[in-house]
Design a protein around this ligand. Structure first.
Ligand SMILES: NC(=O)c1ccc[n+]([C@@H]2O[C@H](COP(=O)([O-])OP(=O)(O)OC[C@H]3O[C@@H](n4cnc5c(N)ncnc54)[C@H](OP(=O)(O)O)[C@@H]3O)[C@@H](O)[C@H]2O)c1
Length: 169
């Protein structure tokens, strides 16, 4: 079990003032691209302040921290895409063999599909992130919903994290 460390602080107070001044509104939901393989929102905070490591670059000015501190809901779009509309990582053993092995193992252990585990990786995060998937197959919505209830352990969550190629310092 690893302690939570290398996470950044953010500037929630400043941003809330700016939003109120310019929009006279409160932000309650923000949609962001997030999947196990496209996760700078999460991965930067896990390896913060490490010179020379691309993962350490803060690309969103601490959006995850801000969202949690201010009670703003994040919704994850493209939850199965490798990158920016590059196709899904599910079943892509050429590029993501270790990740697909981990997804398969956990799917078997929890009695859901690998896609369900990919959903669980997002919903298990303490920020209570919602998943916005796209599909032409109704069964995938059922499978995703089943996955959202899977209580991955921290070890399982970080196994998926590292299997996707992210660094855990
Ligand atoms: N706010 C924004 O800026 C923003 C930007 C982009 C998207 N969005 C929203 O987010 C939604 C989801 O985005 P997305 O469609 O890119 O996300 P996605 O759910 O990651 O990808 C959907 C695609 O993955 C395929 N797929 C799912 N599971 C699969 C599997 N096990 N094997 C093979 N293919 C699989 C689906 O095909 P099947 O049809 O065969 O299931 C579909 O083509 C969109 O519909 C849109 O409403 C919002």
């Amino acid at each position: 079990m690893r302690p939570l460390n290398r996470h950044r602080a953010s500037q929630p107070k400043f941003r809330r003032i700016v939003i109120n001044l310019h929009c006279h509104a409160t932000l309650i939901v923000n949609q962001v691209q997030l999947s196990i393989t496209h996760a700078p929102l999460i991965t930067a905070g896990v390896a913060a302040n490490m010179a020379g490591l691309g993962q350490s670059v803060d690309r969103d000015n601490g959006l995850l921290d801000y969202s949690r501190l201010s009670g703003m809901m994040l919704q994850a779009w493209s939850p199965f895409q490798k990158g920016f509309f590059d196709g899904v990582f599910l079943g892509d053993r050429e590029n993501f063999a270790e990740l697909n092995n981990a997804l398969d193992d956990l799917a078997k252990a929890y009695g859901v599909t690998p896609m369900g585990i990919a959903v669980a990786w997002i919903t298990r995060h303490p920020a209570n992130i919602q998943v916005v998937l796209g599909t032409t197959k109704p069964i995938r919505v059922t499978e995703a919903a089943a996955g959202s209830a899977v209580p991955l352990t921290r070890e399982e969550w970080y196994r998926l994290f590292t299997a996707a190629g992210h660094i855990l310092p």
